[in-house]
Design a protein around this ligand. Sequence first.
Ligand SMILES: *[C@@H]1O[C@H](CO)[C@@H](O)[C@H](O)[C@H]1NC(C)=O
Ligand SMILES: *[C@@H]1O[C@H](CO)[C@@H](O)[C@H](O)[C@H]1NC(C)=O
Ligand SMILES: *[C@@H]1O[C@H](CO)[C@@H](O)[C@H](O)[C@H]1NC(C)=O
Ligand SMILES: *[C@@H]1O[C@H](CO)[C@@H](O)[C@H](O)[C@H]1NC(C)=O
Length: 535
Amino acid sequence: MAWLFLKVLLVGVSFLGCLYPLVDFCFNGETRAPKPNFVIILADDMGWGDLGANWAETKDTANLDQMAAEGMRFVDFHAAASTCSPSRAALLTGRLGLRNGVTHNFAVTSVGGLPLNETTLAEVLQQAGYVTGMIGKWHLGHHSSYHPNFRGFDYYFGIPYSHDMGCTDSPGYDLPPCPACPRGEGPSRSPDRDCYTDVALPLYENLRIVEQPVNLSGLAHRYAEKATQFIQRASASGRPFLLYVGLAHMHVPLTRTQLSADPQGRAPYAAGLREMDGLVGQIKDGADRTAKGNTFLWFTGDNGPWAQKCELAGSVGPFTGSWQVPRGGSPAKQTTWEGGHRVPAVAYWPGRVPGNVTSAALLSVLDIFPTVVALAGASLPRGRHFDGLDASDVLFGGSQTGHRVLFHPNSGAAGEYGALQTVRLERYKAFYVTGGARACDGSVGPARSHEPPLIFNLEDDVTEAVPLDTGSAEYQRVLPQVREVLANVLHDIAGDNVSRADYTQDPAAAPCCDPHQTACRCQTASQPMFPGAGA
Ligand SMILES: *[C@@H]1O[C@H](CO)[C@@H](O)[C@H](O)[C@H]1NC(C)=O
Ligand SMILES: *[C@@H]1O[C@H](CO)[C@@H](O)[C@H](O)[C@H]1NC(C)=O
Ligand SMILES: *[C@@H]1O[C@H](CO)[C@@H](O)[C@H](O)[C@H]1NC(C)=O
Ligand SMILES: *[C@@H]1O[C@H](CO)[C@@H](O)[C@H](O)[C@H]1NC(C)=O
């Protein structure tokens, strides 16, 4: 318990104005140009085609489209994995799962999380004098010191994992509701019973569960409110801030209030997209009102649409993974087809990032870490290698040079978790293993190995329909380059300091507000935003 107390104390102390940031801000801060603020918004399961600015069929993202018109839109931007936990771990560490240890999702009962000797973006910025906040879905471990408050975030408000990992009273589409079973009764979620004994979905504020189950209907509104408050209070403190928002949208379940709120009575997915877009607009307005010109807002997604959810899944746009489709399964979330990891991305920073620009530079969520660290004037953590690059020249300098090479790890659809089975090299993409995730029709596309690899030319074939003929000069020219970059990265990883995540499970690790209640049901008062800071 002593360590917990100490850490709580430290979390508190860092808010006592000029105590913790004394050296950096109070003495030096005034003589330097102010450090920029960062707002990073990560959508969940949003398809590339779900951004209207990307895909004309989508008409539900007016705020994001406006942000793209006022900023830079990236059309060849990739999540670092095709599923939730690895994608988020890569964002916060700038490293692929083979290095940071997070190769698949954590569970409600997971004991571990993002390995503690990985350094998060928030930890680096905290050290550089930033106030740091996280709002929304974490999914990098919630038990003991894996909680966001111990991973560099001064403030946390949100849910510890996906909102289909536990019941709620207002579940919306595609989630069982959770009227609690009378005590001692079970089994949980059995089809002939209409009650639920598992742990309900909790809502945290800092270390405390403030509501269990969380009321999903009001969640978007509360996120907007907390984000705006955080921005205001952090600005008022005189220190720069980092706010990382992990949206619940567009992951199922989609809440039912979205529908009633939609005047045109649109389908649930489109209504959800509008709700998400409204939330992003509110956060952007909050940042503009408080700190316009000094706040860099970066919006992107964690992976492609969850096709298995049928009409409750988003759009891959043109990235249809056509080679895979007749072989079964979906070529979206959990796969290394473009639909799995090519995500919407918009950078907005009035006065710094030019407006109304579309960039075709090959970039990745992995780049957020080194870019933000550089802009904050901080240094990368030592003793490890990074997969991302500092994208400042693309953002500010009009450069189109992003990565020459990206690696897309397996995220569940084919073979070993985290393995680098797919290589992007300039306009080419090579698959050593293919596979399809569970599709709407229930089919899966079994893993298939390819040696030599299938190679697609994405410039001519965005749908990944027809691989290059292995006898062609083009294939013969590209193949040795693919082999070389893959061998290089594997060699580099073998010589790097890599971490290993603890994926063991223990029912006692499930977050539970009140163990005496079935489903751990409880409700407690909200906490002050910055504990220890007084009002
Ligand atoms: C959930 O929140 C919505 C919207 O804020 C509200 O109308 C509803 O009464 C709440 N439900 C519960 C069970 O508290
Ligand atoms: C944005 O750019 C497009 C094409 O480059 C142009 O047609 C449009 O007028 C521009 N919009 C604004 C608001 O500048
Ligand atoms: C790994 O960590 C050790 C000890 O901190 C350090 O000396 C070494 O340089 C690191 N290796 C790499 C590849 O950074
Ligand atoms: C994390 O700790 C393990 C075990 O001590 C070590 O092997 C590894 O190199 C560390 N990772 C980093 C990034 O330092």
